[in-house]
Design a protein around this ligand. Sequence first.
Ligand code: CA
Length: 237
Amino acid sequence: MATTIMLVEDEHGLADSIATELGFLNYQVVKAYDGQQALDTFNDQATDIDLIILDWMLPKVDGFSVLKRIRRVSQVPIIMLTARTYIGDKVAGLTGGADDYITKPFEMEELIARIDVALRHGKQNQTAKQAATGEVKTVGDLKIDLAAKQVSRHGQIIALTQREYELLVALLQNVDRPCSRDELLDHVWGTAFDGQPNILDVYIRQLRAKIDADPHDLRLIHTVRGTGYMLSANVRP
Ligand code: CA
């Protein structure tokens, strides 16, 4: 499968020449020309994007804000690009979650070398994370296969939308512990959240209709008054 790189750069000429070079190396390149477009594109294609090259100075939403917002929801490797040479920015970029930092003007070879390194680190982190979290989780008779992104109850596969699945995973990461509404909104909607918190209740209702549909089953998704929601097989009615 091709490695996909999202390239966020408002200088069209530079963006085109980087994209052409990366194309020669068989990378698939998705371009965004401003910060908002970057967030929208990431939101639509997050699962396909393997690495982000992100310019610092961007119209609409600046690169640093894009970095912070993506980091709230994803550990995808990010290399920051900038014309600035101030050490302060470098520190801010790295503490804001960038994996690497490259100052304009740069040689294409240098960018390519850094992309290689960042992708390798990204893969190592992912493998370590998968090993640490295990691939199949169970909560009561609910089974969640994280590698296959497949959910089943009593062996019956339950079809979930991408958002419903992400919401379930957010609950799963805190199993037996109440999740605040903010935590859930952040995890599932993050960069795309448009300020309507009741969207969470809508999705919880949908998720319950699929997972807790059978009245004879133990309920797994619980409302925690004043806090949010909790996934647990240890709450008796
Ligand atoms: Ca720029």
